[in-house]
Each structure stands twice: as structure tokens, then as C-alpha cells.
Design a protein around this ligand. Sequence first.
Ligand SMILES: Nc1ncnc2c1ncn2[C@@H]1O[C@H](COP(=O)(O)OP(=O)(O)OP(=O)(O)O)[C@@H](O)[C@H]1O
Ligand SMILES: [Mg+2]
Length: 351
Amino acid sequence: MTQQPWDDLGEPMPSEEFQSITDAVIANIERVIEGKTAIVRLALAVLLAEGHLLIEDVPGVGKTKLAKALARSIDCSVRRIQFTPDLLPSDVTGVNVYNQETRDFEFRPGAVFANLVVGDEINRASPKTQSALLECMEERQVTVDGTTYELRSPFMVVATQNPIDMEGTYPLPEAQRDRFTARIAMGYPDPKAELAMLDGHAADDPLQRLRPVTDAPTVRRLIATVRTVHVADPVKQYAVDLVTATRESPELRLGASPRATLQLLRTARAVAALDGRDYVLPDDVQSLAVPVLAHRVVPTADAQLARRTTDAVIADLVHRLPVPHHRPRAPHPRTIDGATSWGVALEPRRR
Ligand SMILES: Nc1ncnc2c1ncn2[C@@H]1O[C@H](COP(=O)(O)OP(=O)(O)OP(=O)(O)O)[C@@H](O)[C@H]1O
Ligand SMILES: [Mg+2]
């Protein structure tokens, strides 16, 4: 494998170290969020895939709690923005203020200058303020009065929004939804988890007792590790076929973008690494199709009339598209890194 520049992320880490740190983060968040393991793992995968997360669901299902628990589990800078109609773009990006003593302007950084930015109720801010945030998310930098400031890695925006009670809100336009790597819905906890929540949360809020289990430099190394995860050509082809299918689907007016394809594979790498593998399986891509693609595509008027959700359309496409096959016994020798030409290891291999 060719050596890649790591920016300033640091060295990739051995598998055991990666597993023990990521397991600790997941366990920590699960002390606060009951019965949502898959969602907690996906949130962490998005962080490690250098993406941003949109949590969309009805009130009171733990959206803000999940965002805060993730932020608290990592010893890094965290800012929370409560989006309201009067929030200004400069509250997000920062502003130059005049300093009487030095008789000069100095930059006062806005809320986006943090490793983890929790944007609560993003659809309550004006489109201008939303787009200020979404620009920073994509560019990973902020330009104020002609000067550009870099945002430090890790940088993740976790935005929440409530699809009910839309009055007086500004729903994110499609172009901006595309900036989010994944969209998740929390869903109700099952009755057992809800009961556990009643016990755990009876006296006080366990979030207050949550302590960080890792820090920003370590998260950078986790990201560097995820970047080394191998994706074989047939798996890449599968991701491209899936995205192409969204563009050709008669039920969709707008298909997924090339940005979506990139983010699909990045997140698949992170999910594979969380699973203890150093290669991506077609299953990783499949499991991410709905959370990574469904929020970016737009249904046709007919599909809307038929009450087809984009989740259902994407799930159908996944169902129909042929999957590259595992080969339990390869007819040809292994390649150097232990993967077959299908990119699937002959025997399950731990990193
Ligand atoms: N799965 C869950 N596990 C543990 N606690 C939960 C869960 N779901 C909801 N709660 C609890 O419900 C309360 C409301 O959660 P939270 O404020 O995060 O909701 P929200 O989805 O952000 O709501 P809103 O849309 O009104 O902002 C919190 O006290 C949280 O602990
Ligand atoms: Mg909330």
C-alpha cells in the first residue's frame, strides 16, 4: 500500500488499541442512551469518517442527549448552538471586534471553532445562518473579512431537528442536507430499554456524571487508522452502482451526489474498523445505504402521493442490486494483503 500523507492526524494505531478506545466511547455513551447501540455506533462511525451527523426525529427521544453524550465522552472543545430565528451568521463564524487597548481589530471566533459542534434545532435558524454553518462544514475553514481561519481536526457538527411542528421553521434545502454524511432517526426505545431509563435516570441526570474516555489527539489517530482500511475494487464498484441506481430510479426526482458516494465509502471504512476489520465488506455499504443516502434524494410527486419514503426507496434499491459475492475458497492465490480479488479476505481476519 502506498504511503499517504496523514495531514497532522498522527500515526494509525494497532487494532487492539483501536478496539479498546472505540468500545470505551460506545460504552460511555450507552450509560446515558438506553437501547440504541446501532445508532451510537453509527454516530461514532460518522465522527471517524470525518463527517457530520443530522439527527432528525420527534421530540423527546434523546436527540440532544446523544449529541451531548458523544461530546462529553471526548476531551475536546465542544460548543453548543441553540438555533433561533435571530441567530446571526457571525454568531456561528465569528466577527472582528475593535480592541480599544491595542487600537486594532481582533478576531473573536464564533461557535463553529470547536472539535464538536452541537447545533440544536437547526431548522429554527434563518437560511442565512444555516448556510454559514453549512459552508464551514464543507470547507473546514472560516473566512471573515478576507482572512481565512482553519478549523482543527476532529471537526464534527451534530445537528438536530424535529420534523413535527414545522411552523416558523426553515427546513434545510436539499443542497444543504447533502453536507451531512448521515441522517439518523433515534426511534422510540423498546419497553425494556425505556424501563431501564426510568431506573437510571430516576434521581439525577447521568449525563452530568459522564467523564471523557478519550481526547482529541487520540481521535485524530483513530481517524488516521480508519483511512488505512482497504476497499477492494468490486466493493467500490458496488457503491457506485448503488448511487447510480438512485439517479436512475423512476421514484426519485434527485439522486445522490458524488459527494454521497465518497461519504458512503468513508463511513463504510469506519464501520469496518469498528467491527475489527481492515477491509470493507459489501455488507458495510448495504447497512449504510439508508442513513447515508436517503436524506439527500428527493422523491417524485408520484412517489410522494403514494407515501413512499426515501428510506423505503433506497432500501428497495439495495434489495434489488446484485451484491459482489464472498468467495469462501478462492480458485486463485491470495493477493499480498490477504484479500482476494474480490477484496474479501479468504478467512475472517482480525486486524
Ligand atoms: N433512549 C433513551 N435513553 C435514555 N434516555 C432517553 C432516551 N430517549 C429519551 N431519553 C430521555 O428523554 C429526555 C429528552 O431527551 P432529549 O432532550 O435529548 O430529547 P430531544 O429528542 O432532543 O427532544 P427535542 O426535540 O424536544 O429537543 C432526556 O431526559 C433523555 O435522557
Ligand atoms: Mg433537543
